[in-house]
Design a protein around this ligand. Structure first.
Ligand code: GLU
Length: 267
């Protein structure tokens, strides 16, 4: 039931938050995230979860100790890892009496107007019936984000989550990563780098600050997060970059407090 102060929220969690260095699922991290999302849902918010980690988790099972370099092996790993992720989400959300549904997308699904209309109908039907959609790119059939192809539309789960936020008219998109937010320089190399709390306009300065900052195991660095911000802001949706190790921060982010970096949606 929709109430005042309840929002439609897309939360994207990255591979580096969801997995250990070995590629195995970080159960502690996943459990905390699921608990907070189930609680926010219980409050009355609508939740869509965009999850990464399929390739890393699958590779940990298929080729322990090494990440495959061949495309077909990455796609096989995604197929295995996606099953494990969904199994765990289903089980963990189920413990909090929440139902999940899986949506796997390729670039063609969002680029084609008819398919994208069906897709948004499915999302709305899931939300209407109280389901938490769990979304990933369909890596086993798409090569857009695994290889950097000229025709890629999605390319990474940062962009994917912004496209989903736009498609579903979300109020808020939260990217949970292994970095606290956008800094004025690379915090990995500059200990004096300052966190930027709020971005109202995506100026060249802001884009410049994002250059070269990467995360550990996912495909997206800060650049993909800025391009996600551009899609979300244009769609009137706020986007927050925050550290995925602190799932509890989601409560304050939803309450509008200054956590991570908030990119303010155009009103
Ligand atoms: N879709 C990829 C996966 O599930 C991850 C993409 C990303 O890290 O942005 O492995």
């Amino acid at each position: 039931m929709w109430q005042k102060n309840c929002y439609r929220i897309v939360v994207k969690v990255g591979t580096s938050t969801l997995t250990h260095d070995t590629g195995a699922v970080n159960i502690h991290s996943m459990e905390r995230l699921v608990r907070v999302l189930a609680d926010l849902k219980g409050y009355g918010h609508e939740i869509i979860l965009v999850t990464s980690g399929a390739i890393a988790v699958g590779a940990a099972k298929l080729t322990p100790g090494s990440r495959p370099s061949e495309l077909r092996m990455k796609q096989a790993a995604a197929s295995v890892g996606q099953c494990q992720l969904m199994h765990m989400y289903d089980k963990l959300f189920g413990e909090y009496n929440q139902t999940v549904g899986q949506i796997l997308l390729t670039d063609a699904d969002v680029a084609d107007p008819e398919r994208s209309e069906h897709l948004s109908g499915t999302f709305l039907a899931l939300l209407e019936t109280g389901v938490i959609p769990v979304v990933n790119e369909n890596d086993s059939v798409s090569s857009a984000e695994i290889e950097t192809g000229a025709h890629k539309v999605l390319g990474d789960n940062d962009t994917l989550s912004a496209i989903v936020a736009k498609l579903c008219n979300a109020d808020l998109l939260v990217l949970m990563s292994d970095i606290d937010g956008l800094y004025d320089s690379d915090p990995h190399t500059n200990p004096n780098a300052k966190l930027i709390n709020r971005v109202e306009v995506l100026s060249d300065d802001i884009t410049g600050m994002a250059g070269g900052v990467s995360t550990n195991r996912g495909t997206g660095g800060m650049i993909t997060k800025i391009s996600a911000a551009s899609i979300a802001m244009d769609a009137g949706c706020d986007m927050v970059i925050t550290n995925g190790t602190r799932a509890d921060d989601l409560y304050d982010i939803v309450a509008g407090k200054d956590i991570g970096t908030r990119f303010v949606g155009k009103k």
